[in-house]
Design a protein. Structure first.
Length: 222
């Protein structure tokens, strides 16, 4: 069942979307501000985010940037902002589509179907990621040979594997996995990366795939 996170601070819209989406067999979670949206996305791993830009704590564009730091799931903006510049900023930040309020529910459902179809191939690729001798499936959260990972290890690994070849900063990892209060706790990362290497790398002391960029962060090298 496709999981959709709806982020909006208007109770009527949340209620209407929840009713319509559940009626069409989507699994739905809701958030009323940007901070809780980022936490819910990290914990629940939705297949799609429907996002209002006018949130009480964070601008929706900042939420898009926060999500794009670790995930490529579709983001469909649903906003009362109709100006072209607002649309350009949201799309440049990483949104997949933009629907303005007031909206037609059938059009919105068609947009949802379209963006989820476009990401189907990418999700299939995420089901087969080779790390040394291990085959990682991010969609089913499994590792070949019966290797088991903790939820925290999965979260870190997913951030890296979804951004192949890209540097993922220490700050970004700490904020996404543990929260903004833990930005100085870099020893957390060293400990968990060591655990991941022991489980996934052929030679944990000389990793070929889970690479440290000293003083900056980590990188997954396919």
């Amino acid at each position: 069942m496709t999981r959709i996170l709806v982020v909006d601070d208007e109770p009527q819209i949340l209620r209407a979307l929840r009713i319509n989406l559940v009626a069409r067999h989507y699994e739905v979670a809701v958030a009323t501000d940007g901070g809780s949206a980022l936490r819910e996305a990290a914990d629940w791993h939705p297949d799609l985010v429907i996002l209002d830009l006018g949130l009480p704590d964070l601008d929706g564009v900042d939420v898009i940037h926060g999500l794009r730091g670790w995930t490529s799931i579709p983001i469909l903006v649903l906003s009362g902002r109709t100006g072209n510049q607002d649309k350009i900023e949201a799309l440049d930040a990483g949104a997949d589509d933009y629907v303005t309020k007031p909206f037609n529910i059938e059009e919105l459902l068609a947009r949802i179907r379209a963006v989820t179809r476009r990401t189907g191939l990418h999700e299939a690729e995420l089901a087969r990621i080779q790390v040394g001798d291990r085959l990682i499936d991010l969609t089913s959260k499994t590792v070949s040979d019966g290797i088991r990972l903790t939820p925290t290890e999965w979260h870190i690994l997913e951030l890296l594997l979804r951004n192949p070849g890209k540097l993922v900063s220490q700050r970004q990892l700490l904020a996404e996995v543990w929260g903004e209060k833990y930005l100085k706790e870099t020893h957390y990362l060293r400990q968990y990366m060591a655990q991941l290497r022991r489980k996934l790398e052929k030679d944990p002391a000389h990793p070929a795939h889970l690479i440290t960029e000293p003083g900056m962060g980590y990188r997954f090298k396919p």
